[in-house]
Design a protein around this ligand. Sequence first.
Ligand code: SAH
Length: 258
Amino acid sequence: MAQLQRLAIAPFQFRDGQIILTVEQQHYLLRVLRLRKGDRFIAIDARGQWWLAQLEDASSAQIKEPIDAKTELPVEVTLIVALPKGSGFDEVVRQTTELGVTMIVPALSQRTLIKPSPQKLARWQRIATEAAEQSERQIVPVILEPVPFSTILSSLSQEVSQEANMQFICVARGESNHLLTCLQEKKLANIDGKKNIKIIIATGPEGGWTPAEIEHARAARFQPVSLGRRILRAVTAPVVAMSLIAAVWESNNFIETF
Ligand code: SAH
């Protein structure tokens, strides 16, 4: 099982067993994920079928075989998690992998200043691999190198304009809508399942986000959301957020109760 990133591919991009990549996809695969010729990723077609694809050159990929995605969530979830102190991140990686996360971005925020050693990244990747195997997933989530939160926001704001993304920032205290309500609305808006949904959700460190970080996130079109009235620990919040996302997309019956 490998760390494979997913990519939604439109029907016109499939040609004779090949995928012709758009400029945005090329940027994403080569610059953001740093894939090289011969590296593999998952292509998702308009019917939701997954395919193993291999990068041929900068602008095309070859389709290798279909993938049975039965234990994967129908939505792609990127978690941006401000690094907690100590080894708390190990548990975040393990538990959110079990819950179906697609990508984890460890963030350095204004109130987390410790930069972890490179060995930490290898350790988190190992933990993600074990957890993915344990929970019988088809892919191992990708874990990126730790980056400043502000850098993540600046790079995202350019890319997302192309997508029907949902972006949330979890904010303890305050009057934000509950994440569950926001997710249910979004799910209803896409009830025909035609769009490949990508969710990006950020959780803060022990000391919380600074007001400036929340403002910056809002400017990058992140919607502030609540996870309930109690203050959760930095390591609990990502797990709760992932559980809500998985529950909304894997249960079908909430629609009737609306
Ligand atoms: N020390 C801060 C709380 C930090 S909790 C304070 O006293 O305000 C760590 C992170 O978990 C927060 O930045 C937020 O992203 C998330 N979080 C915790 N509880 C939450 C809640 N009830 N709703 C939304 N996010 C929450």
